[in-house]
Design a protein around this ligand. Sequence first.
Ligand SMILES: C[S@@+](CC[C@H](N)C(=O)[O-])C[C@H]1O[C@@H](n2cnc3c(N)ncnc32)[C@H](O)[C@@H]1O
Length: 192
Amino acid sequence: MDIAEGMLQHAREQGGAHHHVAGDAERLPLRDASVELIFSSLAVQWCGDFRAVLSEARRVLQPGGVLAFASLCVGTLHELRESWQAVDGLVHVNRFRRLEDYQRLCGESELQVLSLAARPHVLHYPDVRSLTHELKALGAHNLNPGRPAGLTGRARMQGLLQAYEGFRQPLGLPATYQVVYGVLQKPSVEGE
Ligand SMILES: C[S@@+](CC[C@H](N)C(=O)[O-])C[C@H]1O[C@@H](n2cnc3c(N)ncnc32)[C@H](O)[C@@H]1O
């Protein structure tokens, strides 16, 4: 399932799933107690209402069913965020929920939290352009939210490249993805 038809088409071309359904994680187009397992990869960070995601998961899961998700939290792309801040003091990277918010919302849901933890994954890129190219596909990065007075687009980009170079490691320019992994279960008996 994905909210974007284009992504479903891409997934169809890859094969591997029997059904591809357009739908919103905050309003699942599925019947109550109809699935045993929900597995979600890198999607729910875009859902403004994570409480709704959890309550929808609870609704469609069968008793004993499991929701397993991987998502992103604060700390993701901190190198890019800090580099932009050094250039123009603006935030160019989407804000992510804090791990504490995931913990609170999962704890308040009527699902049992089997595990919930964050782990950093650091990818390396040869240059900033290859990173921002990839981020465009992810939708995590906004390069042009308005131009501050005094700096041309070219000067800002030069400033960004220079600032990001400060993070360079032997493997290349690092980009940290702070990944939160959650496994939650719907109680087998209502009210447990
Ligand atoms: C980084 S991609 C991950 C795609 C796929 N799950 C994977 O692991 O390869 C994020 C996906 O989340 C989808 N998405 C964003 N908001 C959504 C929502 N409210 N409900 C369902 N999918 C959503 C986007 O359309 C996008 O395809």
